[in-house]
Design a protein around this ligand. Structure first.
Ligand SMILES: [Cu+2]
Length: 479
């Protein structure tokens, strides 16, 4: 494929939602070299941070602030109160080139002091962003100007150097393109930020004290709201992952064996590349993978921790489906962290959730598994959740509860996924976008948490989706 054509296609794809004047700067972000060009990195569902140039310095404006982040849209969806940057959590991606000098004008619109750390960058101590050590804390309403030269290249990120703030959304990608484009050339280059939240069913605020999480996100969206990657058959693809949370995520790709080509430090030399289909993205780490998408299909890309492939799951978050039982609220820090208050692990007073819980739903209250225990209970629960009443949802009336054997509940371990995953959980319409065109009806009921799709398609279908995207962009104009 002509790499230049690929480059412009990517630049245009990136232009969705940014003004034409900024397009020029996005173009400049990708250096040329004899071996080809580095495509601009696409952070699906998250914008890029625009910049201006002042005397050769790239100037970015970054604002930390409370944000409303829609994790999943629609009547079954959730919007959380998070702290993010420039309107989103994660914040917009910074893209620059090796050799650039950057100035980041940072405004603290949070109600508490902070400082922004440029994770992995080699820079002067006073630019390292650790409040109380290298710099004074940046107080609410204050501005601090970071300025430094970039002599590295690779996948980096930015976050406050305040532990609890890291847990409520404050993270963003920082991509430094190399002076000479990496070889072999890639046609598509994506960034996926991994974040997790513990949010009770009746709340919009994550419990940053929790050790267990029920909302797992790629770029601020839980499946099926994460926008799929759309790839033309034969393209070489790079996906970069960054992780800021409490858990390490084993990210697994279906259908392809990739090369792990980069880590948080830098791109690896080729002799150090390793083959795999799962890469463990540890907390504070970055991992880059590359593969040639030579097999058509809608391939899963997901964290393989089972609880991270679902939405709303946590030990005994019962009241959502067990209507009428009530919920313990206002638990203190020991309960929230699942600590023992007194006695021992087998005493009556075990704390609400035997460790690592969300801090609700004591195991004494609910000595049973998650979810409804029978079809009758499930139907009752559905009736109490208007958002899930598919009979009354436009376009969803075809989706019903699955027909199960009458004696299903006599089988030990039933139910597992029967009422948690499947067509009755589908929300195709709510997450419909050009990139989902042609997926089987009900697909969205099988995609949750840290799950998305790598859709590899033949040229005709690929062009059709690109046209739909172009029309959408034209229709909506700059956002
Ligand atoms: Cu995970």
């Amino acid at each position: 494929m002509n790499p230049r054509r690929g480059f412009f296609r990517n630049v245009l794809g990136l232009g969705t939602g940014i003004a034409a004047s900024q397009l020029a700067t996005a173009q400049q972000a990708a250096p040329r070299s004899g071996s080809g060009v580095s495509p601009a990195v696409t952070t699906l569902d998250v914008a890029d941070l625009p910049f201006t140039i002042d005397n050769g310095v790239k100037v970015f404006n970054l604002v930390a602030e409370p944000v409303k982040q829609t994790i999943i849209p629609g009547p079954m969806g959730r919007t959380f109160d998070l702290w993010g940057f420039n309107g989103s959590a994660p914040g917009p991606t910074i893209q620059a080139n090796e050799g650039d000098r950057v100035r980041i004008v940072f405004d603290n619109h949070l109600p508490e002091p902070t400082g922004i750390h440029w994770h992995g960058l080699e820079l002067p101590i006073e630019m390292d962003g650790v409040p109380g050590i290298g710099q004074k804390p940046i107080m609410p309403g204050e501005r601090f100007i970071y300025e430094f030269a970039l002599h590295q290249n690779g996948t980096f990120f930015y976050h406050p150097h305040m532990a609890m703030q890291e847990m409520v959304g404050l993270l963003g990608g920082f991509i430094i393109h190399p002076k000479t484009a990496y070889a072999p050339h890639v046609d598509k280059d994506y960034l996926i930020a991994l974040q997790e939240y513990a949010v009770l069913p009746n709340s919009s605020i994550p419990n940053s004290m929790s050790m267990e999480f029920n909302w797992l996100t790629f770029n601020g969206k839980a499946g099926p709201a994460s926008t799929p990657m759309v790839i033309r058959e034969g393209e070489r693809v790079r996906i970069r992952f960054i992780n800021m949370g409490m858990d390490h995520h084993p990210i697994h790709l279906h259908g392809f064996t990739f090369w792990e080509t980069g880590r948080e430090g830098a791109r690896q030399q080729e002799s150090a590349w390793t083959r795999g289909n799962t890469t463990l993205v540890g907390v504070a780490q970055a991992r880059d993978i590359e593969f040639v998408a030579d097999r058509v299909g809608d391939w899963m890309l997901h964290c393989h921790l089972p609880h991270h492939m679902m939405n709303q799951m946590a030990s005994n978050v019962g009241p959502m489906t067990r209507v009428g039982r009530g919920m313990q609220a206002g638990a203190g820090m020991p309960e929230g962290m699942g600590m023992l208050r007194d006695g021992n692990a087998t005493s009556e007073n075990r704390g609400p959730s035997l460790g690592r819980g969300l801090g609700v739903g004591s195991s004494a209250d609910m000595p049973m598994s998650n979810g409804p225990l029978s079809q009758a209970e499930a139907n009752k629960a559905m009736a109490n959740m208007p958002g899930m009443d598919h009979a009354n949802m436009p376009g969803m009336s075809g989706m019903t509860m699955p027909k199960l054997p009458e004696n299903a509940e006599k089988v030990p371990l039933f139910p597992q996924d029967a009422f948690m995953e499947g067509e009755m959980m589908a929300m195709d319409k709510d997450v419909n976008k050009p990139e989902t065109t042609g997926l089987p009806p009900g697909w969205s009921g099988f995609v949750g948490g840290m799950m998305t799709l790598v859709r590899v398609m033949q040229a005709e279908q690929y062009d059709k989706i690109m046209n739909l995207k172009a029309q959408q962009t034209k229709g909506s104009g700059p956002q």
